[in-house]
Design a binder for this molecule. Structure first.
Ligand code: KIV
Length: 274
């Protein structure tokens, strides 16, 4: 078999092997150029279905389609060469049966070139995770606050504040680990529960609004860049791009209105008469 020289990306076994080791760094990405800037600093990039809210101004992730995920997944792949890229399976693309989940996940993998998919849900979706993994599709699981279930949960609510909820969430974590998920996102989860799950299962946990004790962390890029109008409370802003964009737009508008822009002769200007 001849082997094409390929870009060396972080692999699924490398992420899996980081359990209990150096914390895994990850961010979301939806766009080629921004992905290119962050690629060297992260272990994996998630093309999250949060793009429905962040890029398209939707109120939830429920309206996101498979075609949208594929278009953005392909863009992120084109912009990167180092990070492992995981693409979210959107609402409605995997719940009906494991066969439909496989068919849609194959489209994601073939049409984007990404390495893995992410699926929301715990014990109820474990059989599908097993089915995909057995057929060559690595799966990242996602439990706790699962935004695709926002209507059932009645809002984006932190999970596990009440200890009575713990057993079911721990059972979800164990079920996805046993089904073969290579890592699991713990979203919006009470810290002691996230720390307990991290101790109890043998795959890496990736926290978002969960616990510093997780094996890694993920944030929505626009939230941590200061680009989101209403970021979740737990988000630390590492930049203030929203203010910078507004400042740049204001400066540009001022120059255009005062006819100071463009300051240099542009390439389309008329040839000078001899
Ligand atoms: O869609 C997304 O961005 C996610 C992360 C918040 C984990 O699922």
């Amino acid at each position: 078999m001849s082997v094409q020289p390929t870009i060396k990306r972080v692999t699924v076994p490398e992420i899996r092997a980081r359990k209990g080791g150096e914390p895994i760094v990850s961010l979301t990405a939806y766009h080629a150029h921004t992905a290119r800037y962050i690629d060297p600093y992260v272990d994996f990039l998630l093309v999250g279905d949060s793009l429905g809210m962040v890029m398209y101004g939707m109120e939830s992730t429920l309206g996101v389609t498979l075609d949208m995920m594929i278009a953005h997944g392909a863009a992120v792949m084109r912009g990167t060469e180092h990070a492992l890229v995981v693409v979210d399976m959107p609402f409605g693309s995997y719940e009906e049966s494991r066969e439909i989940a496989f068919r849609n996940a194959v489209r994601v993998i073939k049409e984007t070139g990404c390495t893995a998919v992410k699926i929301e849900g715990g014990a109820r979706i474990a059989d599908t995770i097993h089915y995909l993994n057995e057929r060559g599709i690595p799966v990242m699981a996602h439990i706790g606050l699962t935004p695709q279930s926002v209507q059932v949960m009645g809002g984006f609510k932190t999970q596990g504040r009440d200890m009575a909820e713990w057993a079911a969430i721990e059972a979800d974590a164990k079920a996805v680990a046993e089904a073969g998920a290579f890592a699991v996102v713990l979203e919006g989860m009470a810290e002691p529960l996230a720390a307990k799950i991290t101790r109890e299962i043998d795959i890496p946990t990736i926290g978002i609004g969960a616990s510093p004790m997780c094996d890694g962390q993920i944030l929505v890029l626009e939230d941590m860049l200061g680009l989101s109008p209403k970021p979740p409370k737990f988000v630390k802003e590492f930049g203030s791009l929203g203010a910078q964009i507004a400042g740049a737009a204001e400066a540009y508008a001022r120059e255009v209105r005062s006819r100071a822009f463009p300051a240099v002769e542009n390439t389309y200007s008329m040839k000078k008469a001899k």
